[in-house]
Design a protein around this ligand. Sequence first.
Ligand code: MRU
Length: 353
Amino acid sequence: MHDSTTTYDRIRPLLWTEAGLQVLDQRFLPERTEYRLCTSAQEVAEAIRTMQVRGAPAIGIAAAFGVVLAARQRFRQDPKRWKEAIEKDFAVLAEARPTAVNLAWALARMRRCLAALDGDPEPALLAEAQAIQAEDLAANRRMGRLGAELIGGAKGILTHCNTGSLATSGFGTALGVVRALWQRAAARGETLRVYATETRPWLQGARLTLWELEQDGIPATLICDSAAALLMRRRLIDWVVVGADRIAANGDVANKIGTYQLAVAARYHGIGFMVVAPTSTIDWNLPHGDRVPIEERSENELLPPYFQSQGKRVQALNPVFDVTPAALISALVTERGLACPPTAASLRTLRAP
Ligand code: MRU
């Protein structure tokens, strides 16, 4: 029985089975819920590259399981020299997508685990990948609570892209805050409406976020990306709540293309701008956001079919992330606490000892 104070959060983008990693193919959502089995690191890298699985934490988790599959294969092929051979698989996984640092973070953690191993590596590596997945879920639930405490009472939330269960191990980052906020509002008999941007060109908002919100019974309204400022002017938005793909040490945030212009519009209208991300998204080696590698995807993801033929005389530019300067961000929510606002100094307090 669905009561209004419960969010069900049933969706899981990645399921480990003895046969391999089952990846929920997000290209077909919301029409079709179809898992595809990956049995090698190459197949996992392909699933990441083609966005069968997407969202910064989810691609890190997928890559961790990719290492398990690679170790299984390489150890069977050569139990003595598998550690040399697996380097190729690490490289293939690392190159799958450039912007989200969670991918490199998860691979570095798997590499540390692997370095200490003797004998069959699969049980220990599997345990490490599953720990990454479980810790992400726990982090999301904690960030949900922290974020909802900070903005409790908000009636209109604008969110961009998809940062929910589909983009993580479950529950979500920015959408986790939305879920927690909804539980809080429903328990108190308060209203809440979530405005989800379409998120062109891949439509993460229209296809994925709307689907997640619908499943949890959270009041949701889809808007086209360019309607955001109008809604802010009409005072329908109290907070903008988004995720992140890479956060520089000074608090600059790389996230889905369009995030930057939402932050500019929010500042102009005096509206709070919250970023929700686990500390695995912070790139401590990056002093500021100008150095974030910004992925550019095929122009055919953007060009209408008419223009896609050979010999076309027009072009499309399709950068899929942008960088929001820290100065435009009111609050960064992580599983280790808040940085309000994010600065080099406030971020340092979130760093593990
Ligand atoms: O291209 P995508 O769909 O992988 O981009 C996803 C985003 O930009 C998300 O906002 C980000 O990864 C945070 S997901 C918790």
